[in-house]
Design a protein around this ligand. Structure first.
Ligand code: AMP
Ligand code: GLY
Length: 427
């Protein structure tokens, strides 16, 4: 079978790598892909948000299944577009994708179903928001309602910061804003928990802890994610039961009641405080870089999981995992998440020797004139599997030293809370 994958990041290279391992796959097409996917698939420079063009291309190339990496095409209704076509698209429909596309939609679902999340207030105008903020205690979190590529969230320490955030949002920094979301600040430790669901049944699809801040010790600006390890140190049976019964099941039921069809991955972004899970956000896709750490641990055939999910047969599908742990560290271009240059040459990739459990997933890269160049802020994801996070991290850092990219930087402390717990390890 010919399959397609939409996206161009590390997540999509990791999915592509798993698709390529399946005996059921003949050829893979990436829309648009990167220099890593180019090695195992055909990159196609076509705007995947143009569903008609995409459909035409898929028909021509006999592509039978499309996997959607990022949220935007899902929120824009790609699944609904292909609903009556012969091409199966793996992902939730437009209504279900509002779980990521509208933070206010999700908060209302939480409220109606007693799902644990931070207390919140929705305001309809700048003046209403400012009046509310004048009588509030800080810190507070202010969020734009719609998709904002991870940038529409402001953690505000005082009224002035909150005022700036509110003005930026209502002035349209993240698109037309009719409402704004104000949230209580949650203290705790974050965890990413994943499931795959066919709308009726769901199965665990890995856990991870992402490090979103730019600086070591989890300090500085928020990024798309600087690295992660899997499984999360926070996960245990008791907590997992609470996540399933208090958050996942009521949400899937609510989506069904709203008339949505959720088939695909669901990313449950949680804050864990004193053993209790609080929902921070849902994403209607795999995480990036979580996917790059989780997928190499998957033993089962990803195509079988995807195929069975689209056919409502997830219940009878077994999903098996390797017992090894994993980590992925992101190599970024200097300047990220602020301004950074593109088209910077990356040497040493051709010569690097990877062992069985090592993997380099490309993100912002391109291959021109027989050379690799950067093409984004997050450039490479170096992943490895092993028995202990200390050893895995050592291995990844060794590989990053060999790559020795002079235009890049990376965090050396991924997994620090978990690693600090063990022995007297220094980093
Ligand atoms: P979101 O895009 O909603 O996941 O927010 C991005 C990041 O902001 C999260 O990963 C958290 O680190 C932080 N964040 C969001 N909401 C809250 C909250 N209510 N309390 C504390 N931190 C938050
Ligand atoms: N790792 C954060 C995200 O995928 O949104």
């Amino acid at each position: 079978m010919n399959v397609g994958i939409i996206g161009s990041g590390g997540r999509e290279h990791a999915i592509c790598y798993m698709l390529n391992k399946s005996k059921k796959v003949s050829k893979i097409f990436c829309f648009p892909g990167n220099a890593g996917t180019d090695l195992i698939a055909q990159n196609v420079s076509l705007d995947p948000d143009n569903f008609y063009k995409l459909e035409k291309y898929c028909m021509e190339k006999n592509i039978k299944m499309l996997v959607v990496g990022p949220e935007k095409p899902l929120v824009n209704g790609i699944v609904d577009h292909f609903n009556d076509k012969s091409i199966k698209v793996f992902g939730p429909d437009k209504l279900s994708s509002k779980l990521e596309g509208s933070k206010i939609f999700t908060k209302k679902i939480c409220q109606e179903n007693n799902i644990p999340t931070s207390k919140f207030k929705i305001c309809d105008s700048l003046n209403e928001t400012l009046d509310y903020l004048k009588n509030s205690y800080f810190p507070l979190v202010i969020k734009a309602d719609g998709l904002a590529s991870g940038k529409g969230v402001y953690i505000c320490k005082n009224f002035d910061e909150a005022k700036t955030a509110t003005e930026e949002i209502f002035k349209g920094k993240f698109g037309v804003a009719e409402q704004i979301l104000i949230e209580e600040f949650l203290d705790g430790e974050e965890m990413s928990y994943f499931i795959v669901t066919d709308g009726k049944n769901y199965k665990f699809f890995g856990s991870a802890q992402d490090h979103k801040r730019i600086g070591e010790g989890d300090t500085g600006k928020n990024t798309g994610g600087m690295g992660c390890y899997s499984p999360s140190r926070l996960l245990n049976d008791k907590l997992e039961l609470k996540i399933k019964t208090k958050i996942i099941e009521p949400t899937l039921n609510a989506i069904n009641e709203h008339g949505g069809t959720y088939k695909g991955f669901l990313y449950v972004g949680l804050m864990i405080k004193d053993g209790e899970p609080f929902l921070i956000e849902f994403n209607v896709r795999m995480g990036d870089p979580e996917c790059q750490a989780i997928l190499p641990r998957l033993k089962s055939d990803i195509v079988e999981i995807i195929n069975n999910t689209t056919k409502n047969k997830l219940k009878e599908t077994s999903i098996r995992w390797k017992k090894e742990k994993s980590m992925s560290i992101v190599l970024c271009t200097k300047g990220y998440p602020g301004n950074y240059k593109k088209n910077l040459k990356i040497d040493n990739l051709e010569n690097i020797k990877l062992e069985k459990y090592d993997k380099i997933f490309h993100a912002g890269t391109k291959f021109e004139n027989e050379k690799y160049f950067s093409n984004g802020g997050r450039v490479l994801n170096v992943t490895s599997l092993g028995k202990s996070f200390i050893l895995i991290r050592k291995k990844i850092l060794k590989l990053l030293k060999i790559i020795n990219w002079k235009h890049g930087f990376y965090r050396k402390d991924i997994g620090w809370k978990e690693i600090k717990k063990n022995a007297n390890y220094k980093w």
